[in-house]
Ligand binder design. Structure first.
Ligand SMILES: Cc1cc2nc3c(=O)[nH]c(=O)nc-3n(C[C@H](O)[C@H](O)[C@H](O)COP(=O)(O)OP(=O)(O)OC[C@H]3O[C@@H](n4cnc5c(N)ncnc54)[C@H](O)[C@@H]3O)c2cc1C
Ligand code: SF4
Length: 539
């Protein structure tokens, strides 16, 4: 297999698609390579059948969505998509990943991990980008461009002072619920936080509506508040870059070669040779003027290490460590179990407190969903019959929190040569002595602020995710103004490469807490745009 194109983009996840958009806008011809796994046809048919019927008829037909996902006493399960594990499934030619401590996995799906993500999007702040060779200003055109094709359900509120919306297309501020209807628990909490805004802000506690990559304005199939978001939206309202891929293919603007797993890239005198494996496991080769690798942090790292022949040379994969903290609200909300609502993040809370961290701590607030009920039931065991479950659920909230990578454990990633099984990417946890103090500082602060927030953090129930479990990882080949070995220039090129660009979170110098994907997309757009503008492909 062989072909020659202007530009080749590896991967159709959020980073790959953002780069594709920049290249197309600059008039380039683009071929996208990727394994391209998709939801099984029978599940896609079942999803479409649900979407075509009224939600009052969904009860029996929606059971397939929940297969493989249930709340248990041990915590929150791995998210699947429409009851399928296709986002995480292996393909011929995949580099095997050995997790010795970390808990993470790559995606070989068309759309990558955005086929299963939670859609939370917030930009970075300049103060959280210490040591980066590019500034927030450099990323801003990318943030704006991404929101031309990625939907955003958000509100212009107090968080906009720190995190601009980067689009004019959100409803205006006053009607917070207009973009995506908030749950009553979230509305009540927000109203009560509003009454204490001044002392909370003085303590570095800022809050507002969540920002979600959800199409809340789709005229024919609006959000029906079915509460099924954590299983996969029957109406496809939660953005996946697979949707943009499909739209680009429908207009014939890109070429797409699914079934290809890239293994390595090699620069020649006037281009790049891409080597990979086709659907049946046969070798496949492509030639392009430039190659942009957006295979997700794990696979881009493996492709670069293999191409550079850097076996047995560990790189540091940074992680924005993820944790779950349940809280009890002093005031309950009645009937949450029967409420029609969405179950994605409802509110964002940002902690700016130099005594705990010089960087933002990001807390996504979740209100009732049925996995809460299942988890509480499992923990109570036989006691649950005598327990006032509904009253508890009306008070229970969950913070899904993220720390800056400077305070998080990291992952040591080493490509090992394995003659029998192909190469293996070995991942080992590297604890960070600052994590515990940072978390203790945060939970202590939340406990002290309880008189203002009305929220009691259940510190004994805090769960720290293993490194990689929040899927906010990257930085193994960080961008630098003067790149050394295992670094890249500001166009994502490792030393020795002029036409090969890593474009995903692999090149972010650190991982701030405020959600990784929006910035990975903005930076991929920036790299695509700048490299396309360069008159000399090798410059
Ligand atoms: C359950 C879950 C919830 C999440 N929630 C959020 C959230 O709310 N907010 C947020 O910011 N982030 C979230 N994330 C993380 C987010 O999904 C990722 O940051 C994002 O998808 C990364 O985009 P990417 O394009 O870099 O990589 P990916 O999405 O991993 O896409 C990689 C692409 O490359 C292709 N590919 C992989 N290997 C190869 C290869 N060898 N050759 C060719 N092609 C290859 C894949 O098929 C895919 O198309 C979540 C992740 C998960 C799993
Ligand atoms: S509640 Fe969630 S799953 Fe249901 S329609 Fe709205 S976004 Fe989709």
């Amino acid at each position: 297999m062989s072909s020659s194109e202007d530009c080749c983009v590896v991967g159709s996840g959020p980073a790959g698609i953002s780069c594709v958009q920049a290249l197309l806008a600059a008039g380039k011809q683009v071929t996208i390579l990727g394994p391209g796994l998709q939801l099984e046809p029978d599940r896609e048919r079942a999803r479409a059948t649900l979407a075509a019927s009224h939600p009052s008829h969904w009860a029996s037909g929606s059971a397939f969505l929940k297969e493989g996902v249930s709340g248990s006493a041990s915590g929150i399960p791995l998210k699947l998509a429409y009851g399928s594990d296709f986002p995480y499934r292996q393909v011929p030619g995949a580099t095997s990943i050995a997790c010795e401590g970390p808990d993470t996995r790559p995606s070989y799906a068309a759309g990558g991990l955005s086929t299963v993500w939670g859609g939370a999007v917030l930009p970075f702040r300049q103060t959280d980008m210490a040591g980066w060779p590019v500034s927030l200003k450099d990323l801003e055109p990318g943030y704006r461009a991404v929101l031309e094709w990625m939907p955003l359900a958000a509100s212009e509120d107090a968080l906009s002072d720190f995190f601009p919306l980067y689009t004019d297309r959100v409803p205006s501020c006053k009607d917070r619920g207009a973009s995506l209807p908030m749950s009553r628990q979230a509305r009540n909490l927000l109203a009560s936080l509003d009454t204490k805004r001044a002392p909370l802000n003085a303590s570095g506690f800022y809050f507002g509506a969540s920002r979600l990559a959800v199409d809340a304005t789709k005229p024919r199939s609006p959000c029906v508040r079915c509460g099924l978001c954590m299983y996969g939206c029957p109406h496809g309202l939660i953005y996946s870059s697979e949707q943009t891929l499909a739209a680009l293919l429908a207009t014939g603007r890109v070429r797409y070669q699914p079934g290809v797993t890239v293994r390595s890239v090699h620069e020649t005198e006037n281009g790049v040779l891409v080597r990979g494996v086709g659907p049946e496991g046969a070798p496949a080769e492509f030639r392009a003027e430039r190659v942009f690798i957006g295979a997700g942090a794990l696979n881009t790292t493996a492709i670069l290490l293999r191409s550079l022949q850097q076996y047995d040379m560990p790189v540091k994969l940074c992680d924005s460590q993820y944790f779950l903290l349940p809280l009890l609200r002093f005031r309950g909300t009645a009937n949450v179990v029967r409420e029609g609502l969405h179950t994605l993040a409802q509110l964002f809370i940002e902690i700016f407190d130099a005594a705990i961290s010089p960087y933002t701590i990001h807390l996504q607030t979740y209100t009732y969903n049925e996995l809460f009920r299942d988890t509480v039931s499992a923990r109570l065991g036989r006691l649950k019959r005598a327990f006032p479950m509904e009253a508890l659920l009306g008070r229970l909230l969950l913070f899904q929190g993220y720390l800056h990578s400077a305070h998080s454990a990291s992952i040591s990633a080493t490509l090992r040569r394995d003659a029998d099984a192909g190469d293996m990417l070995q991942l080992q946890s590297v604890p960070n002595p600052e994590t515990a103090a940072c978390i203790a500082g945060l939970t202590g602060k939340l406990a002290r602020l309880a008189r203002h927030t009305g929220l009691l953090p259940l510190r004994a129930l805090l769960q720290m995710g293993k490194p990689g479990r929040g899927f906010h990882s990257g930085g193994s080949f960080p961008m630098s103004l003067h790149p050394g070995a295992q670094e890249t220039d500001i166009l994502g090129r490792p030393p020795g490469f002029r036409r090969v660009h890593a474009i995903d979170s692999t090149v972010l110098p650190s991982i701030p807490a405020t959600t990784i994907t929006f910035t990975a997309m903005a930076n991929a757009y920036r790299i695509g745009q700048l490299s396309a503008l360069s008159p000399d492909p090798a410059a």
